[in-house]
Write a protein that binds this ligand. Structure first.
Ligand SMILES: C[S@@+](CC[C@H](N)C(=O)[O-])C[C@H]1O[C@@H](n2cnc3c(N)ncnc32)[C@H](O)[C@@H]1O
Ligand code: SF4
Length: 376
């Protein structure tokens, strides 16, 4: 259906984790105490009011509370944040309201409170079903806990439950990954994301790879595991709709993430959160203390903003279009880009039909290279 106003999503970043995983470079901290967590919630509520003043009335079509570990701050705090969204903007009747959760930080009572308070989707960081892989990733949960938490979420009435997996961890074998895929599918969720482990500079894992004490993830193994995942998920009725995400049907897709991939509008609340409204992008200061101080003093927590150049916008359009199953309209490409698309189609990486380019399975394995070719 054509609509003149883009969808509007709200992202709320909870910047706390009980401990840091060695591979993760997200903006998250071990909290100094409960006081710091409550100070963050107060500040985030102030930012929601500030957002309302800045952009006026907008109906919120999706809310995504991510982190960090949102569930670490507890159900009451998460529900206060959701009430703040509703007070400032108002939630659309059918709004998708997601929280990320670490398996060890939820229980049935908490999940019931979240569901009753308006959350309708939960995304659990399962990562792996192999104890030695979870250990290598510094994860705190046991293999069975993520599947159990997914079952508890469904029992608590969550319409949509998703699992996050990671493949290519040093020490992970194909058999480990097979076992993880089995276990994840056995949980019966309607959505799974699977990410190739990336080496982030500035993390403990990044430092170990640099020192040579840990082997970096192997490209061939990662490509093989992506194929294994796609095969197993498809056979079980979960279909890819974005490079790293598979869903049972349209309703099970992460509509909040589609807001990003369609370049609609979103406001990111919280330390380090990024926003994109009416073509302008900005991001907040990263440190929770600095963030809270700015808002308490009545100042915007924004650190900087940018307007993309024509060229950057064109690259982004190719990137966003190709990463989803909907594909990229060839009309968005330069004549050289269309010729590059034809070459990639000849190599079996793109499928061209009805004026739209879509990545094949082979193309998804080389998505970065295809995107570069088409936007040169
Ligand atoms: C940043 S976490 C936030 C949610 C929650 N704390 C969790 O760990 O699931 C979101 C997802 O990003 C993944 N992630 C973080 N760093 C990554 C990396 N270097 N490579 C691949 N995935 C990563 C996490 O494993 C997780 O599934
Ligand atoms: S992966 Fe999740 S739990 Fe681990 S440090 Fe990153 S945000 Fe925290």
């Amino acid at each position: 259906m054509a609509h003149s106003t883009p969808a509007f999503g709200l992202y709320i970043h909870v910047p706390f984790c009980a401990s840091r995983c060695g591979y993760c470079d997200f903006n998250t901290y071990v909290p100094e105490g409960r006081g710091q967590q409550l100070q963050f919630v107060d500040a985030a509520l102030l930012e929601l009011d500030h957002a309302r003043e800045r952009i006026g009335e907008r109906r919120v079509s999706s809310v995504f509370v991510g982190g960090g570990t949102p569930t670490l701050i507890g159900a009451d705090a998460l529900l206060r944040l959701l009430e703040g969204v509703d007070r400032a903007f108002g939630l659309a009747e059918d709004a998708e309201v997601t929280t990320e959760a670490n398996p060890e930080s939820v229980d049935p009572a908490m999940l019931r409170s979240l569901r009753q308070g308006g959350f309708n989707r939960v995304s659990l960081g399962m990562q792996s079903a192999s104890p030695h892989v979870l250990r290598a990733l510094d994860r705190a949960h046991t293999p069975g806990r993520a599947v159990q938490a997914a079952i508890e979420a469904r029992e608590a009435g969550f319409e949509h439950v998703s699992l996050d997996l990671i493949y290519g961890t040093p020490g992970e074998s194909d058999a480990d990954w097979e076992h993880t895929l089995e276990a994840a599918l056995g949980a019966g969720t309607d959505h799974i994301s699977a990410y190739a482990l990336t080496v982030e500079p500035g993390t403990a894992f990044g430092a170990a790879v640099r020192r040579g004490t840990v082997a970096p993830p192997d490209d061939d193994a990662q490509a093989r595991r992506y194929r294994m995942a796609d095969e197993r998920f498809s056979a079980a009725g979960l279909h890819w709709y974005e490079l790293s995400s598979w869903a049972r049907d349209d309703a099970a897709r992460c509509h909040h993430n589609l807001t990003y991939w369609r370049s609609d509008d979103w406001w990111g609340v919280g330390p380090g959160a990024h926003s994109h409204v009416a073509g302008v992008r900005w991001w907040n200061v990263r440190r929770p203390h600095e963030y809270a101080q700015a808002l308490a003093a009545g100042r915007s927590p924004a650190a900087a903003r940018e307007l993309l150049t024509e060229q950057e916008l064109a690259l982004e359009a190719v990137m966003l279009g190709l990463r989803t199953r909907g594909g990229l309209s060839l009309a968005a490409l330069s004549p050289a880009g269309v010729r590059a698309a034809q070459r990639q189609a000849d190599r079996g990486r793109l499928e061209l039909s009805d004026g739209v380019a879509r990545l094949t399975l082979e193309g998804r394995l080389f998505a970065d290279a295809v995107i570069r070719e088409l936007s040169d």
